[in-house]
Ligand binder design. Sequence first.
Ligand code: SDX
Length: 393
Amino acid sequence: HTGMFTYDPGFVATASCRSAITYIDGDKGILRYRGYPIEQLAKEASFIEVAYLLIYGELPTAVELTKFESTIRHHTMIKETLKNFFDGFQYDAHPMGIMVGVVGSLSAFYHDSLDINNPRHREISAHRLIAKMPTIAAASYKHNVGEPIVYPRNDLDYCENFLHMMFSNPCEEYTPDPVAVKAINTLFILHADHEQNASTSTVRLSGSSQANPFACIAAGIASLWGPSHGGANEAVLDMLNEIGDVSQIDKYIAKAKDKDDPFRLMGFGHRVYKNFDPRATLIREVCHEVLENMKDNDNPLFELALELEKVALEDEYFVERKLYPNVDFYSGIIYQALGIPTSMFTVMFAVARTVGWVAHWLEMMNDPEFRIGRPRQLYTGAPMRDYVPVAKR
Ligand code: SDX
């Protein structure tokens, strides 16, 4: 304690809320959504089932699941005029930049459901966000490659439909590859929530002023973009390409350890996990499966990533600081193998995390202890002094 306030930069030891959504034990490497181990959900559930679980607290019955899926399908389209937004961006705009703008703009389109004190309005907004994120994400990609936007197909499931909107074009319909669909489903489940990470905390803090949910999720996307957070999956690929060859690993490990060098091992370390990130273990398995199925067994980037992980995990610096691969270390290699460009990696994270953001926003809005978030500070500026007119300065 310093004076009246606890000084806790980075909120290392401050609980900002009570939450019943996600449980993490960072020392044991445990992650559970609503009590269910992440390993079971990743292997057996569908992403949309997990979305229901995170939002409503229980796994859906068959009837509830069918109803929820059809509600989400009902909301997959974006307004035709929203397409004009995309044309306003440079062709080479980063898709995360497009996402921040376009998702924020949804609040200008859905006045019919913006009464955040009305539970039904909150629920419709949540459904709209989950349903429209893949459409907006795929449209951002299409804008980058100069192809027309592909409309959603409501006969497909959530992950199939996303791949369809990414890879179909007016001349050729993409047939979803079951291996790709399964991999995306697993990755989306693993990215869906992670309690009070930076972007989720941003969504909560924005929402605490009673801002509308579309604006709050746009704030979450902005926070996720940073390379210390969701932007790390893109940064990992850039890093692996820069390292280039196993013979260079020692040099880069030395750079990561050097406090005078800004280089850090991307996809390594975590605020909460001081043991393995259980998601990284699962993603490494998916990576093996995808590369084997793609007959890409000796993918040089995967070889390089495996070797880099091995060297780091044997290095005293990383061992002492309990730095392990995190969720972002292997995900980019999978996305790349599926043909998704590097600039879309963090967008993929954002599509999946929208479910978590929305679940936390809904939980907060229902919390009787809910009040505006307003941290205090320790003032370090000038003491009181008198104004001097400009001519006398
Ligand atoms: C995500 O919070 C979440 O839950 C996030 C997330 C989610 O699902 O929402 O899990 C998603 O954001 C994953 C993290 C992705 N980021 C990266 O991979 C970027 C590289 N990693 C880091 O920059 C870092 O490890 C963080 C941001 C992830 C964590 O930062 P912390 O908790 O502030 O850790 P720290 O800076 O206190 O690290 C402790 C020590 C320091 O050394 P010392 O000062 O004690 O000597 O470890 C060092 C750090 O310099 N360190 C690293 C390192 N990460 C930490 N050294 C080299 N390479 C690294 N990657």
